[in-house]
Structure formats: C-alpha cells, structure tokens
Design a protein. Structure first.
Length: 226
C-alpha cells in the first residue's frame, strides 16, 4: 500500500470541506446582512404614520332676527248717518157724493111663505161590471202557477203518445177532468187506459194551483214508456 497517496487524498478532502464550510459562512453572512437591510427598507417604506386631524363641527347657524310686533291699526271713528226724511204721501182726493137716484138698489129677499127650492137626488153609481169570462178553455200554464206531472202507471208493453184533457176550476182548484182526445199507442185494453186517466186526475186535483172560478183549462200529457 502507498501511504503517501492516502495522505494526499485526505488533505484534499479536508481542504474541500473547509472551502465548502467557508463558502456557506460567507453566504449566510451576506444573506443575513443584505436581507435584513431589504426587510428594514421594505418595512420602512410600507409603514407610514399619518396624523388624522380632528374635524371640527360646523358653526351653528345665526339666530333669526327678532320679529317686531305689528303696530295696532288706528281706529277710525265713523260718522253717524243722517236720518232720511220720510216722504209724506198726498191725501187721496175726496169723491163727490153720489146722488140717491144713481145708487144701486139692494136685492129683494123672497117672502117667508115662498116655496122651498126642490133638491133632486143624485143618481146611484153604476155597479162595477165583472170581467167577461173566457169563451173556451185556456192553457193550464196561463191560469195555473203549479202543474206537477202525473205518475205513470206500470204497464207490461211500450206506450207512447199524448192525452189531451180539459179541467174545470172551482175556487182555483181542479174539480173535474174530462178527456178531450188521445193519441196513445200501445194501450191493450180499457183498463190500462183508465189507469192513465186516473193518474192524470190525481195529479190535477191534488197538485194543481190555479186562479179562477168556473173556468176550464186545457192540458196535454205526453207518455213514453219503454
């Protein structure tokens, strides 16, 4: 082994380490001095001291001038109006006396034994004439205010058509119902026809409300039973 070579290598190593340490020390010193100054300069630039002056409030407005009281108006004495003289109307002219021959004669009153005047009695007032009764039957919708429909009887076949009836009024109520004509189709016998007429009579006598006495009304009842 060559010890001289080892010693030379160790010297170079220690020299390099010393140089590196010295470089770092110089660099740290330079950084510390330079950066510290820059920080101080930057802080001195950024920090500014300002003195804020206290704002004084504006002076109060001057007081308004005193208002002088108005001087009283002078009282003017009015003169009393002079009395207006009254006008004296002239006296009416006196009329000349009328002679007795020209004065009107007073009416002569009848004697006490004169006959009394004849007083005629007034003719009696004519009796009110009753309105004429209608000649023929009127529609039920005109004389009656309530016209309920009849209840159709139950049948086994189809029935369709109308029954025209004439009702007689007494004191506003239907007292009699007469069949004027019929157009029912499907009625098999008289018993079924009588059931339809009985339903119409019940509806008119018990439910119709009309006005009139001895008055006849005409009504049509249409049935459609299927």
């Amino acid at each position: 082994m060559d010890f001289s070579t080892r010693q030379e290598n160790s010297r170079r190593r220690w020299t390099g380490l010393a140089a590196v340490v010295l470089f770092h020390l110089l660099l740290g010193w330079a950084l510390m001095n330079g950066l510290a100054r820059k920080v101080v300069d930057s802080v001195s630039v950024l920090v500014e001291t300002r003195i804020i002056e206290e704002t004084q409030p504006p002076p109060p407005p001057p007081p308004p001038p005193p208002v002088k009281p108005a001087a009283p108006k002078p009282v003017v004495a009015r003169k009393a109006a002079a009395p207006v003289p009254k006008k004296t109307e002239p006296a009416p002219p006196q009329r000349a006396p009328v002679p007795a021959a020209l004065m009107p004669t007073p009416p002569v009153s009848p004697p006490d034994n004169a006959p009394a005047p004849v007083v005629r009695e007034a003719a009696p007032a004519p009796a009110p004439v009753a309105p004429p009764k209608p000649v023929g039957p009127v529609a039920a919708g005109i004389a009656c205010s309530r016209t309920p429909p009849p209840q159709a009887p139950s049948v086994s076949s189809e029935v369709r058509g109308s029954i025209f009836v004439i009702g007689t009024l007494k004191g506003g109520r239907v007292v009699q119902v007469d069949v004027e004509r019929t157009s029912l189709k499907g009625v098999t016998d008289r018993r079924v026809m009588r059931a339809f007429v009985q339903a119409i009579e019940t509806a008119m006598k018990e439910g119709y409300v009309c006005v009139g006495d001895d008055v006849q009304i005409r009504q049509e009842f249409y049935f459609d039973i299927r």
